[in-house]
Design a protein. Structure first.
Length: 489
């Protein structure tokens, strides 16, 4: 397994109630860079999903009654184990997902940071007292864990998307069931192995791997014992899952699609803006929901920014994520490549110009079909397919604008509202633009904005709820109002 030191981290079965469960059929996990078989994982289904929910329900009372500091100690051990095994976990992640090894190791640290953060934040679930309307009454507010949490997570961050959901849930006193993406189940199962080593009790953290997404999703969204459902993925799928949750009126949190604008004003530090755009756009080959999707550049600095940005993109190295010096790995599948190529082709037909890239393939590997060259388009308008759709690939469309208000209007001209970025130095402009952008997160002179202490989430059709920070913990808690009367005697 490509120099993985701890072979016990490679698991082939779903993890339910503290045990590993096999099934009659398997799912093949393929390396997107080479097409080679990485591992085969048992293909679970509805029966195993229901078992996991039942186990989580059974474990809930003991886990929620455990003092917060005891939960924190177990979670801290889990964090320590993840960081101690960062190299192996990163290598597993690269093998199944494709991103460069250095980036994969960064994801492991990023995911573990949520476990560390929420382990501590769980000790600070504070209640409240409210002045009562009469002297014989007292009003008290307490917060309690919502219950069993079910999650469905994507392939682009197979460690971190689970960690930031599970960490908040466990810290709040909830138990957790996750169905990871079938393209990348190994990272989730390795997390389960380390959770078991950390002493997380059976039934508290469960991972069910299966290809029948519709049937398994139906269990997780409609089962009466699931109190909260959380999903990261496309807006279209998120809408369907929200609808299914309505039958049992579950609490839901959704982190859905994005169409992030990156605005460069004429007073910006252009070199810093180029670095920020490069980091925001091409991380994970452009396959993140907060990746820059549209680059708006004010006319006065358009030529300077474009020339410097193209030169910076030319330095990126495409190839197998395990190879030294590679900064852009493969896309997850040939279908994903085809979708990106189609967006580029349709936009070129509408008048866009390819000034760099625009081709499928990679010279450093024999399996070229999952690669797409880092691409820059100019002469783009905001109504072209490349600007109106989430690209989810390594393509940068550059769109010119004249005035500040025009940039804000074009940036907001989308159903999405997850992340936005802009570069400027005028303090008045910074406040106007930051408040005018209809997005849940705004990076100001910064292209990388995610961290455990900050609330991650969007507005409009990019979802609801927040992950990370003290606000993220509230999504796993219920508020209970206690009215105490008869105190006048």
């Amino acid at each position: 397994m490509h120099n993985i030191k701890d072979k016990q981290l490679i698991k082939h079965f779903s993890y339910i109630n503290g045990s590993w469960h096999s099934s009659e059929t398997n799912i093949d996990v393929l390396n997107p860079a080479t097409g080679e078989l990485v591992a085969s994982v048992s293909n679970a289904g509805v029966v195993e999903t229901e078992m996991a929910v039942k186990a989580a329900k059974k474990a809930l009372k003991a886990w929620s009654n455990k003092p917060a500091n005891e939960r924190a100690k177990l979670m801290r051990t889990w964090f320590d184990l993840m960081m101690a095994n960062q190299d192996d976990l990163g290598r597993i992640l690269t093998l199944e997902q494709g991103k460069p090894l250095a980036e994969a190791k960064g994801e492991i640290a990023y995911g573990a940071a949520f476990i560390e953060w929420f382990a501590e934040e769980g000790k600070r679930v504070y209640g409240d007292t409210i002045p009562a309307p009469a002297n014989d009454k007292r009003i008290i507010v307490i917060k309690q864990p919502i219950g069993v949490v079910a999650a469905i997570t994507p392939w682009n961050f197979p460690n971190a998307m689970i960690a930031r959901k599970a960490a908040a849930a466990l810290a709040a006193g909830c138990t957790f069931v996750v169905r990871p993406a079938t393209q990348t189940p190994l990272s989730a199962l390795a997390m389960a192995e380390l959770a078991e080593r950390a002493g997380i009790p059976a039934g508290v953290f469960n991972v069910v791997v299966g290809s029948d997404a519709k049937a398994m999703g139906k269990v997780l969204t409609e089962h009466p014992d699931v109190a909260k459902f959380t999903f990261t993925g496309s807006t279209a799928v998120g809408k369907a899952l929200i609808s299914q949750c309505a039958s049992t009126v579950k609490k839901v949190s959704m982190e859905l699609g994005g169409n992030a604008p990156f605005i460069v004003f004429d007073d910006a530090d252009i070199d810093a803006a180029v670095r920020g755009a490069l980091a925001s756009k091409y991380r994970n080959a452009g396959q993140t929901c907060v990746c820059t999707n549209r680059i708006f550049v004010q006319q006065g600095v358009l030529t300077e920014f474009t020339e410097k940005f193209v030169k910076a993109v030319q330095t990126l190295s495409v190839g197998n994520g395990l190879s030294a010096g590679v900064t852009i790995g493969p896309m997850i599948s040939v279908e994903a490549v085809t979708e990106v190529a189609n967006l580029v082709e349709k936009s070129v037909q509408a008048g866009a110009k390819v000034v760099l890239g625009g081709q499928q393939g990679c010279d450093s590997t024999s399996a070229n079909q999952n690669f797409y060259q880092p691409t820059v388009l100019t002469s783009v308008t905001n109504d072209m397919p490349i600007a109106q759709n989430e690209i989810f690939g390594p393509v940068s469309p550059i769109i010119a604008f004249e005035e500040e208000a025009q940039a804000i209007s074009m940036a907001n001209d989308t159903e999405f509202g997850l992340a936005a970025y802009f570069y400027a130095r005028d303090i008045g402009r910074i406040w106007r633009v930051a408040e005018g952008l209809e997005y849940g997160m705004v990076g100001i002179n910064e292209g990388i904005i995610s961290n455990a202490a900050a609330p991650f989430g969007g507005v409009k059709q990019s979802g609801n709820g927040r992950e990370g920070s003290k606000y993220g913990l509230d999504d796993y808690l219920e508020i209970k109002y206690l009215c105490m009367g008869g105190l006048d005697k």
